[in-house]
Design a protein around this ligand. Structure first.
Ligand code: ITT
Length: 221
């Protein structure tokens, strides 16, 4: 029986994306549910520190079904807007629950131009994710970045968090991100992550890149 990956997250969107990615690699993913009041998220200045703290917390809340060979996954992500010097970054959860997506759009209103390429460049941003996996008493870290820009209005339907306002840059034939204004083989055609389905988002996303980076460090299942 393949090992189970227990993902400590309270975010159903993150769970669905990790499940979509890791099932294809032959793993089964289950949510590690811990009462929110028993967890704390350190207000650290780096995503790595937050991820490692979450692993240590998960280790003291293992479920009864946890068996030998199983692994624990945590992942911490954030949106880093260039014109705001990387804000909200590690403050992403707080900012999303306070000013929200419309607040980010308002903060960037002055950077809207008629020319779509210079607008995309002025409004550039990136999602970053750090995934940490506990396995046999060792912690492995994977990182992923997804460059793109902030839309001028929200486009939702799917996704979660900042997905309705984030448009990823196109990818070339090798799935490598291009810069603003360049057309590649893979594109959301100007749609935000909120307006495409999960399978499409996972081609571009910081989360699948962090998981890819992390699992490339392990022998395959
Ligand atoms: P955990 O329980 O796993 O900690 P969380 O929702 O607190 O889930 P993060 O700390 O990783 O998740 O994310 C910080 C914020 O960034 C939060 O508001 C998320 O909704 C948002 N976010 C993270 N990944 C995102 C993504 O892929 N698309 C859109 N928003 C995202």
């Amino acid at each position: 029986m393949s090992p189970t990956i227990w993902f400590l997250t309270g975010n159903a969107g993150k769970l669905a994306e990790a499940d979509n990615h890791l099932t294809k690699l032959g793993y089964s993913v289950r949510q590690l549910i811990v009462d929110e009041e028993q967890l704390f998220e350190p207000q650290a200045t780096s995503l790595e520190v937050v991820a490692e703290s979450k692993i240590n917390q998960a280790l003291s809340h293992l479920p009864n079904e946890f068996k030998e060979g199983d692994m624990i996954l945590v992942e911490d992500a954030g949106l880093f807007v260039s014109a705001l010097d990387g804000f909200p970054g590690v403050y992403s959860s707080y900012v999303h629950s306070t000013i929200g997506n419309l607040g980010i759009i308002r903060l960037l209103n002055h950077l809207e131009t008629e020319d779509p390429v210079s607008s995309a460049s002025l409004r550039s941003a990136q999602f970053r994710a750090v995934a940490a996996l506990w396995r046999n008493d060792q912690i492995i870290i994977g990182e992923g970045v997804c460059p793109g820009h902030i839309a001028t209005e929200t486009m939702d339907g799917n996704g979660f968090g900042f997905d309705p306002i984030f448009i990823p840059y196109d990818l070339d034939a090798n799935f490598q991100p291009l810069s603003a204004g360049n057309y590649g083989e893979h594109s959301t055609h100007g749609k935000t992550f909120g307006a495409v389905d999960l399978e499409v988002k996972n081609k571009f996303s910081h989360r699948s890149r962090a998981l890819q980076n992390l699992f490339s460090q392990l022998p395959s299942a």
